[in-house]
Design a protein around this ligand. Structure first.
Ligand code: NAD
Length: 415
């Protein structure tokens, strides 16, 4: 997985004249710490869970990245996600490097008390690695604002003082930022709106969404409010479609109590095998679940003209090449889902200022940032005659290179 991610770095490096130091620094994670967390379960037994924190690169500032609770998490997944965060923060010009964390667990099998103990155990294990000027976690797959609140509280009791800037994505009442809950989807939404004409998209267009959690549900609501029609969605239970448009309120209600698939069989809604969401007839396909969902075997079946990557790494490099040949435009993850980390940055700034902004300010600043970087990447893709993904990597890499080279290059030291 990391090797695949590094192919994007090599490809971007071909468009720039870089000092050798830059690639030597960015080819490897700076540090990955692996710990076995041991917690007391409700039945009195002890159970252990593998956990990681990776700080991939901190040249541009403290490392930043979410914590994932997932039964399939591995060292390599965490390092790859941290690599992507390094580039995402550089794409958005945030003063951060990239990091990531994970616990190998299916959180659905834990009671609420076990989940709290596990979240606090994570901070006990990693309290020396994280910190508001060192490494700042946030939510990711199967973690949420309540978990971030527990984690911030645990950190405060370890260091002996309230330190809200140590973690972002907290509940509003505990120092979270207004507008963080839908920031990932909203950033993607502002990007689509800004580039709609160039992409050949317009309200009334049909949308299919893979994954119906935080990112998937908010993008459905935002696009529908602009007049787009949500014709198919999926979650881990399977997929459903309705060519005339799904009823969002019913979808949200179904998701609150289980899977979206419970709506199949009435009101013109039909069930599909989960994988078939990628080949639904639509204008915009939004992967908002996990990595590698569009791959060499199914990329040719994509019928959308635009893919908005709200998930991290949903399209493999082989699938990228197939989509490019078909003329499908991919709005790449390190830009398309960067609204989440951008508003996390706003949260960190507000925590440090001790002054909290109205939601309108958060939205306005996010919109400006998405449009500014989206436009720059669009122009860079035209200039280098390349995909938006390559352009986004070139854009990020040039910022990372400036920071790395500012410490002196081989040429500087050897002369
Ligand atoms: P979430 O836990 O809220 O939701 C994940 C959704 O994916 C759930 O609906 C789940 O049922 C679904 N899912 C799981 N396996 C699936 C499968 N095989 N097929 C279809 N659906 C499946 O997570 P989230 O926060 O919405 O994150 C989703 C993606 O967005 C991840 O790749 C994450 O890294 C990325 N992301 C999230 C944020 C954020 O702020 N939440 C920021 C940047 C990127």
């Amino acid at each position: 997985m990391l090797d695949q991610a590094l192919t994007r770095l090599d490809e971007a490096a071909r468009h720039l004249e870089l000092d050798a130091d830059v690639l030597e620094k960015l080819k490897y994670p700076r540090e990955t710490t692996k710990v076995r967390l041991l917690i007391r379960m409700d039945d009195g037994s002890r159970k252990s869970f593998m956990a990681w924190r990776c700080r991939y690169d901190d040249t541009r500032g403290p490392t930043k990245g979410g914590i994932r609770f997932h039964p399939d998490s591995t060292d390599e997944e965490v390092e790859t996600l941290a690599f992507w965060m390094t580039f995402k923060c550089a794409v958005m010009n945030l003063p951060y490097g990239g990091g990531k964390g994970a616990v190998r667990v299916d959180p659905h099998t834990l009671s609420k008390s076990e989940l709290e103990r596990l979240s606090r155990a994570y901070i006990q294990a990693f309290s020396k690695i994280i910190g508001p000027d060192r490494d700042i976690p946030a939510p990711d797959v199967y973690t949420n604002s309540m978990i971030m609140g527990w984690m911030a509280d645990e950190y405060a009791s370890i260091v002996g003082e309230s330190t809200p800037a140590v973690i972002t994505g907290k509940p509003i009442a505990l120092g979270g930022s207004l507008g963080r809950d839908d920031a990932t989807a909203r950033g993607g939404f502002y990007l689509v709106r800004h580039l709609a004409e160039k992409l050949g998209l317009a309200p009334g267009g049909r949308v299919a969404i893979q994954g119906f959690g935080n990112a998937g549900q908010h993008i459905a609501r935002l696009l529908a409010s602009d007049g787009y029609k949500i014709v198919a969605v999926s979650d881990s239970g399977g997929a459903i479609s309705c060519p005339s448009g799904l009823d969002l309120e019913r979808l949200f209600a179904a998701k609150r109590t289980g899977s979206v698939t419970s709506l199949a069989g009435s009101n013109g809604v039909t069930a599909l095998p989960g994988d078939e969401i990628v080949s639904v007839e639509c204008d915009l396909l939004v992967p908002a679940a996990l990595e590698d969902m569009i791959h060499a075997e199914n990329a040719a079946s994509v019928r959308a003209r635009v893919v908005l990557e709200l998930a991290n790494g949903p399209v493999t490099p082989e699938a990228d090449a197939i989509l490019a040949r078909k003329g499908v435009v991919v709005l790449p993850d390190i830009l398309a889902n960067a609204g989440g980390v951008t508003v996390s940055y706003f949260e960190w700034v507000q925590n440090r200022q001790g002054y909290y902004w109205p939601v309108e300010d958060v939205h306005a600043r996010l919109k400006t940032a998405m449009e500014r970087e989206g436009e720059a990447i669009w122009e860079m893709a035209a200039k280098h005659a390349t995909t938006l993904r390559s352009a986004a990597y070139v854009h990020a890499l040039s910022r990372l290179a400036q920071a790395i080279e500012a410490h002196g290059t081989q040429q500087f030291f050897a002369s």
